[in-house]
Design a protein. Structure first.
Lengths: 73, 478
């Protein structure tokens, strides 16, 4: 597997860790952040960050994979 | 004539006209009709996919769940984000495979990848059976929204009939291109409606969403953490449901098929990066549901929360705007659903099963005819048996998600075997159906479809290995 793809896959794990595995640990109302109860804030935060994580994954594939970001078919 | 009525009628007729116009200059063949000639750029693909994703469920169901169930509804926020992350890796590969072999539909993928006509027919049948209840839900939801928001001036059945004619017209003439163009109107209206109401109502009733949430925590302490107001939808259910629906999302035949209309693998990858931003409006929809719980408590049907609250808060012409947005929000997904159900029936069931010699023109002609037939079925169910398909709807997601191992392992694992996919798919589908229909969902706290998916994946891998090894042995002994 090309290095860029490996990094991209690693990055893509983050939303799964934060939005699935972490849920039992953030299942609480307080503290309120930006007017949102904590659980909802946590979810919204990672949804908002995911496009940036995917952008990083996109660049990792583009820069590090030899064939210019074209994934193997 | 009341202004709400005028706004609703003008909007849906204009939308359909745009949809019909969209295909005017295109010479229609199967390639152009189902996958838009594989020419859609980032913007059009984004609008089309967003157009499919935001259904009437977004308006009514998500706010309804927020109202009556509380925190478990957050899974809706989560699964979309997971789905886009998954799509970043699989859709470009699906697209390339599709381009290479000129595929139009999801069963085409299975037929080509596993060289199995039977597997293609299985996938097509599960696909069509999962789509029809979903299509009916769009029509029923549309009738409901239009009737309530026009204050009874347009009866539900009249609205459904009108939407039926208009949607058939633009799908028939323009295919996927019509759906994509109407999506533009739909997305603008829907985002505007959700933004105005979602930011507006917490402000009007509480002076802001922060105060609204604090008031909600005071009066309903458990509502905003899992399991919310439900007895059995706890954190494990949310985790497994988010995973199931996140992985299954692109396994819906109409969403999978839409990916082929992108102009390159690059387009679809870029699309995956920006899609999660589209989840933010759902947060606003949820806030409407939460505000409604405090402002108009005691509704028997939570799905009414959005419309009731808007009705109570805004002037009647604004209700017309909501009705218009809601109607187009049903018509776009309905158009894509019926388009792919029709192509599945014509190409992957009729042609593959009964008439291998049928030409592309015949398949296109039959697909267009099927648009009217399938829509008529959905219409009849919506009119006369609105609850008959509820059970099918329950297992729709569980069913289509069972395609996941066959698609993903098919793309990335050379060791996968046709036999493994067939056995895995059957086991997963039957197990999901049994668990759901015997009321074992959630099963041990987990989403039943997720349990079925795990078993399916295990069976797929195990049978593939086993039949691979046996083929090897036979070769050696021969």
């Amino acid at each position: 597997m090309p290095k860029g793809t490996k990094i991209a896959l690693g990055l893509a794990l983050i939303p799964f860790l934060m939005l699935v595995l972490a849920l039992p640990f953030v299942n609480q109302v307080r503290p309120f952040v930006l007017g949102l109860p904590f659980l909802l804030f946590w979810i919204v935060l990672w949804i908002f960050l995911t496009p940036f994580i995917l952008m990083a994954a996109y660049w990792a594939e583009k820069k590090l994979n030899k064939n210019g970001g074209q994934d193997r078919s | 004539m009341n202004p709400a009525l005028l706004i609703i009628l003008a909007t849906i007729i204009f939308s359909a006209a745009v949809g019909i116009f969209a295909g005017r200059k295109v010479k229609m063949n199967l390639e152009n009709w189902t996958v838009g000639g594989r020419r859609f750029g980032v913007v059009l693909i984004w609008l089309l996919m967003a157009g499919e994703i935001y259904t009437t469920f977004t308006f009514l169901g998500a706010s309804g769940w927020a109202y009556s169930r509380g925190a478990p509804t957050f899974y809706i926020l989560i699964y979309g984000t997971l789905a886009y992350t998954v799509s970043f890796f699989i859709l470009p590969a699906v697209w390339k495979f599709g381009k290479r072999f000129g595929l139009h539909t999801q069963p085409d993928f299975f037929v080509r990848r596993y060289e199995s006509r039977i597997l293609g027919i299985m996938v097509a049948v599960i696909g069509v059976v999962s789509i029809i209840p979903y299509l009916q839900l769009q029509l029923t939801g549309l009738g409901f929204i239009v009737e309530v928001s026009s204050n009874g001036a347009i009866r539900s059945n009249v609205a459904i009939l009108l939407a039926f004619v208009l949607t058939c017209a633009f799908v028939f003439t323009s295919g996927i291109r019509g759906a994509a163009w109407v999506s533009i109107i739909k997305d603008v209206l829907m985002i505007a409606a959700v933004a105005i109401v979602g930011i507006g109502v917490p402000r009007i009733y509480f002076g802001g969403h922060g105060r609204m949430f604090r008031a909600l925590v005071e009066s309903h302490p458990g509502h905003l953490v899992f399991p919310g107001a439900t007895p059995n939808l706890d954190v494990v259910w949310v985790m497994t449901t988010a995973l199931l629906t996140g992985l299954g999302f692109y396994m819906w035949p109409h969403v999978f098929g839409s990916a082929f209309s992108a102009k390159s693998a690059e387009t679809i990858k870029k699309n995956a990066v920006i899609m999660p931003f589209y989840q933010i409006p759902i947060l606003l929809v949820l806030m409407v549901g939460f505000t409604a719980l405090l402002a108009i408590p005691g509704l028997k049907n939570g799905d009414m929360a959005f419309l009731e609250l808007v009705n109570k808060t805004y002037p009647s012409w604004f209700m017309g705007f909501i009705g218009a947005a809601g109607a187009v929000t049903a018509m776009v997904p309905a158009s894509v659903l019926v388009l792919f159900a029709s192509t599945l029936l014509a190409k992957n069931i009729y042609k593959a099963g009964f008439a291998p010699q049928a030409s592309e023109e015949t398949v296109l002609r039959l697909s267009r005819l099927m648009v009217i037939v399938i829509m008529s079925f959905a219409l009849l169910f919506a009119f006369y048996l609105p609850n008959a398909l509820v059970n099918l709807l329950l297992i729709g997601y569980d069913g289509v998600t069972q395609f996941f191992p066959g698609v993903v392992l098919g793309l990335f694992w050379k060791g996968i075997k046709r036999r493994g996919v067939i056995w895995g798919l059957m086991t997963g589908f039957v197990l999901a159906a049994v668990l759901v229909f015997t009321k074992h969902d959630p099963f041990l706290g987990m989403n039943a479809g997720f349990v079925a998916l795990v078993v399916n994946a295990a069976v797929t891998v195990a049978v593939s290995r086993f039949s691979g090894a046996r083929a090897e042995n036979q070769r050696q002994t021969a």
